[in-house]
Design a protein around this ligand. Sequence first.
Ligand SMILES: Cc1ncc(COP(=O)(O)O)c(C=O)c1O
Length: 390
Amino acid sequence: MKFEEFYKRFKLDHDVVQKTGFNPYYPVIQSGLDDYIIIEGNKYIDLASNNYLGLANDWRVKKACLAAVEKYGVSLCATPIASGYSELYYRVEQKLTKFVGLESAIIYPSCYQANNGLFPAIAGKEDIAIIDRSAHSSLIEGIRSAGCKIWPFLHNNLDYLEKILKKISGYRQVFVVTESVFSTEGDIAPFKEIVELCEKYNAFPVIDDSHGIGVIGKNGKGILEYAGLKDFQGIFTTSLGKSLANSGGIICGRKSLIDYLRYYSSHLVYSTSLPTSSLAGIEIVLEIIEQEFSELSKKMWFSKRTISDALRDSGFDLTDSITPITSIKSGDPVKTISLAKELFNNNILTTPFVYPSVQYNEGRIRLIAGAKLSESTIDRATEIIKSLKR
Ligand SMILES: Cc1ncc(COP(=O)(O)O)c(C=O)c1O
């Protein structure tokens, strides 16, 4: 194939952007996540980021990150298995392990990488993964690249899951894979019941708690605390880039598994370590959550309720979210992007999801009103929402 021919293949579909006159993706942000964020010199209310507890621009976190930069520089320029494993890395692993409440944890450069790296290290073509059809792309891609059979089950549907578990036989390992808080809908997996089904059918539960950690559970410890799972024997993954306000991802579970991954998970072994400044930020955020979760979560829930009520009162059709995620059912891609544009033109930044991230006619506009938003900003957001009445 000639160069020209090769590059011609990579054409973007501009149809929706042309019809709506708006491209909501890759906005160039010119500030930190404050009460407002700046885009092209204008102030926007941030209902887009996953900064649930509002700690991404907290001065204590910034100070800890800066202190780590002073001590270790900006990078150790090595993978963890070589010389990228700092004392801070070790310490944060211990603290995350304790926070989640499992035996051991290992930190990947991102949760996408953790989910991608997990399955190729532990599964193969003799295995099957039964996965919630709404689960995150990183889990699906990870399973696919492991080469094991993949069988989607209807979203949060325990009967359907049990039917599959009853039907299958002859596999070496059976994994049941799901998210805790679903990132587009804001609903929560019936995970206690899923674990019970796994025990009944000798399957192995894998949970991605990226939108649950620091958000659900009495003390913000995530899905295991929320579901009352004290002796969880499965695998737990989470992003450190949402309520923990940084970057990176972890896999947690039994020590033998985590030690195995340290040597056999290519996505970890061959990738440069998370910078120590990030690790320092995560360390202090864990302390802040331990001490201030009750106060921070009150603010987060207040913001969530106020925004959801305003949207509902204004006639928007919302998903049945029981978490700080509020999602508008916005229809096809043109309707979804048009609504995102209307909000943007009124200085509210949101996250629109269109096909193929969701089904074609099931677009979503996700709004996350985190703990950082002041009451006056929330008031302003509700005024705007009311002015856009459906
Ligand atoms: C459910 C879920 N899992 C994994 C990820 C990936 O996390 P990270 O950003 O740490 O790679 C995301 C991020 O969008 C997510 O929503």
